[in-house]
Design a protein around this ligand. Structure first.
Ligand code: CP
Ligand code: NVA
Length: 305
């Protein structure tokens, strides 16, 4: 049966752990410079409605390094821009390529594509979720901390797509996730409703409470792609800036994470992102290894349920 990653809700706890461990293994193997081509002859279509540096390049490089190829499309160069029904596009692409990775505004577009495609569909970011980002971020936490369980993981800032995928991951894995968002910028109600299954999740408006004694601190932009005209009030977010003062409340060996791109002086200061606790470059690299793990699992010959 084909599988999709439209959100982390598509995966079991065991599958999430499997993908993280596979990414860590692939990272180690990548240093040996062996050439294996498990995806030879396979083609990934990338359909992107929004800009991307890391996600696009790491998916493309992942395919090439696994022996496969890619077709990169923006929505406006396809008939999707002229209202061809998603169910038609999904079925046609399924006849040409072996998987689709999509970056969209609407989560529904990804869900609808997955429903009609006979090939795996991967969410490469929507307004609602960024599941592969969080899978690779979990890989980074495990790489630096050796474990996921028992750690205090903090999120400070907007309750956005990345935050919402962190909540899903924490619910699946029962992680200790402590989130601080400004009033009015909390995650969506349906995401918070599901988070009630996780007694280790808390949501506060107090950034110090969230980062106090934390092992891992995450932040992200205050204004996500597509929200530029929503006029988010930067004043409201100021207390949530990840600066040296806020960081001082975390454990002294806490790691600082940001999925990038970062806006220095807004959600994070230059001192913190360039400081000794920042792991953002390894975090960005791990998207490549995690995408390889995802592609091998979804498109390769590994058994899937
Ligand atoms: N973190 C991330 O998804 O970056 P890009 O927008 O550059 O792909
Ligand atoms: N929340 C950000 C993530 C960028 C990778 C956005 O959606 O723009």
């Amino acid at each position: 049966m084909k599988r999709d990653i439209t959100s982390l809700l598509d995966l079991t706890k065991e599958e999430i752990v499997f993908l993280i461990d596979k990414a860590i293994k692939l990272k180690k193997e990548s240093k040996k410079k062996q050439t294996l081509s498990p995806l030879q002859g396979k083609i990934l279509a990338l359909v992107f409605e929004k800009p991307s540096t890391r996600t696009r390049v790491s998916f493309e490089v992942a395919m090439y390094q696994l022996g496969g190829q890619v077709v990169f499309l923006t929505k406006d160069v396809t008939q999707m821009s002229r209202q061809e029904p998603t169910k038609d596009t999904a079925r046609v692409l399924s006849r040409y390529v072996d998987a689709i990775a999509m970056r969209t505004f609407s989560q529904e577009l990804i869900n609808e594509t997955a429903k009609w495609a006979s090939i795996p569909v991967i969410n490469a970011l929507s307004n609602k979720y960024h599941p592969c980002q969080v899978l690779s971020d979990l890989t980074t936490v495990k790489e630096f901390k050796g474990q996921l369980e028992g750690l205090k993981i903090a999120w400070v800032g907007d309750g956005n797509n990345v935050a919402q995928s962190w909540i899903n991951a924490a619910t699946k894995l029962n992680l200790r996730l402590h989130m601080a968002c400004p009033p009015g910028y909390e995650p969506d109600a349906d995401v918070l409703e599901r988070a009630k299954e996780n007694p280790n999740f808390t949501l506060t408006h107090d950034p110090i409470e969230a980062v106090k004694e934390a092992d891992v601190i995450n932040t992200d932009v205050w204004v996500s792609m597509g929200e530029e005209t929503r006029g988010k009030k930067k004043e409201v977010f100021k207390p949530y800036q990840l600066n040296l003062e806020l960081l001082s409340h975390a454990k002294s060996d806490a790691i600082v994470m940001h999925c990038l791109p970062a806006h220095r002086g807004e959600e994070i200061t230059d001192e913190v992102i360039e400081g000794p606790q920042s792991v953002v470059w390894a975090q960005a690299e791990n998207k490549l290894h995690l995408h390889k793990a995802v592609l091998e699992w979804l498109v390769g010959s590994e058994p899937k349920k």
